[in-house]
Design a protein around this ligand. Structure first.
Ligand code: SF4
Length: 416
């Protein structure tokens, strides 16, 4: 993809897992063949920025050499499978779903009939545990359930009115069932010209449902609810049974090649073998003990990464803004950092989205406070998205003079 700072190259690791050697190689390549900026995406991928037509072949060679290139770009484009970042590590998960996620990814990458799926169409394979995926949005959901005596997979569709659980299936058949639903979706979506499960008409959804229901058993146990409270996701995570992991977040999902190199060195010293990516743009690694975890977190904090779950930067999403994107003249991330410093002072604990324009690249969902760039001003929206119409605009310098105004929920000038 072409962006304001050159080409963006997406790397989609299998099972969102990178060996330390792969991560180090990508950081090195991002510095040599790009501008050193790496984005962690909401689909648990990496994007290397600032690549040129001249350096692209060399970056391509590194990605291939480290086993991170699919055989076919069409297969890679639909291999959109999200698995828990602590799958196989977390003693609290229902069971390890990586083999199901891996089989599903393999089928998507190799079955050409599935390549008609829209590229945004996604599968979630959720093992539960401390970092469950219940609140993540997808199109087809596979959730591990204890199911009385034997473990099984609950199968659900994300529809216009929310999750619809259809039934359950034995683990060994779960990936194949997900593929069958994908094919049923393709048949309906091509008729209706739709991109997501939630966009289908009632008739279309009924058609998908009837294609798969006969294959499923009745659901004897409900998977975890999306409203279940989230566990601590950043910093040292005590998993129980003597196991620990670290969660390290990148402000606005952006890491620099130098930060990754430093992190890799600290992790290698502790014997960490692999890093997992997550849809909330935090990196995870299992560590040998609490002390090792703390020393890795200290190294991450020393290079500006977020290791404290109370850090206000975690409340804010901000798109790259200028100079990375030519659609705005606003320094969205600089402005967002300034706002982050104010949040504790005004006791603002809700979510914030700073967007350079109404496209809203950083976040499609609702935020409690949204600043939307238009020319050199921001529009203000409450409880909305970047596509909503602001009722008030201001220069950021005016806001800096009286910052309390935007946190004042009683003011009638807010979007309502
Ligand atoms: S939201 Fe607008 S300004 Fe921000 S990155 Fe997307 S297109 Fe660019």
């Amino acid at each position: 993809m072409l962006s304001g700072d050159g080409l963006i190259v997406r790397v989609r690791p299998q099972s969102a897992t990178l060996g330390l050697d792969q991560l180090a190689a990508l950081a090195d390549a991002a510095g040599r063949f790009g501008n050193g900026h790496i984005d962690l995406t909401r689909r648990a991928n990496l994007q290397i920025r600032g690549v040129s037509e001249e350096t692209l072949p060399q970056l391509h060679e590194v990605i291939a050499r480290f086993g991170l290139l699919d055989d076919n770009p069409d297969g890679e484009a639909v291999r959109n499978v999200m698995v828990n970042p602590l799958a196989g590590i977390d003693p609290a998960e229902v069971f390890d779903v990586r083999s199901i996620g891996g089989e599903l990814a393999r089928l998507l990458a190799t079955e050409t009939s599935l390549w008609a799926l829209p590229t945004k169409f996604g599968f979630i394979v959720d093992s539960g545990g401390v970092l469950g995926l219940a609140e993540q949005r997808g199109d087809i959901r596979l959730a591990a359930i204890a199911d009385g005596q034997g473990a099984a997979i609950a199968i659900g569709l994300e529809t216009r009115i929310g999750m619809e659980w259809l039934g359950s299936i034995v683990r060994g058949a779960a990936a194949a069932v997900a593929v069958e639903i994908g094919l049923a979706f393709i048949a309906v979506a091509s008729r209706e010209q739709r991109q997501r499960m939630r966009d289908l008409s009632d008739e279309g959804l009924a058609s998908v449902r009837s294609a798969i229901m006969p294959r499923l058993d009745a659901l004897r146990e409900q998977p975890r609810d999306a409203d279940a409270p989230l566990m601590k996701r950043t910093g040292l995570i005590e998993l129980g049974a003597g196991r620990f992991a670290v969660g390290i977040a990148a402000p606005f999902g952006r890491v620099e090649a130098g930060q990754i190199r430093m992190l890799v060195d600290a992790m290698a010293a502790d014997g960490v073998k692999e890093v997992r990516l997550s849809p909330w743009r935090t990196l995870y690694a299992e560590v040998s003990d609490e002390q090792s975890g703390q020393s890795i977190l200290a190294a991450a904090a020393s290079v500006g990464l977020v290791v404290d779950s109370a850090d206000p930067l975690l409340q804010i999403e901000a798109c790259p803004g200028t100079p990375g994107c030519q659609s705005t003249s606003l320094d969205t991330r600089g402005d967002a950092r300034w706002l982050a410093r104010l949040l504790p002072r005004f006791g603002f604990t809700e979510t914030v989205h700073v967007s350079g324009c109404a496209k809203g690249c950083a976040k499609s969902g609702t935020s409690d406070l949204v600043l939307i760039g238009a020319e050199c001003r921001y529009g203000l929206v409450r409880n909305g998205t970047a596509q909503d119409t602001p009722v008030r605009h201001f220069l950021f310098s005016d806001l800096a003079a009286s910052p309390g105004e935007i946190f004042d929920t009683d003011r009638g000038s807010m979007h309502d």
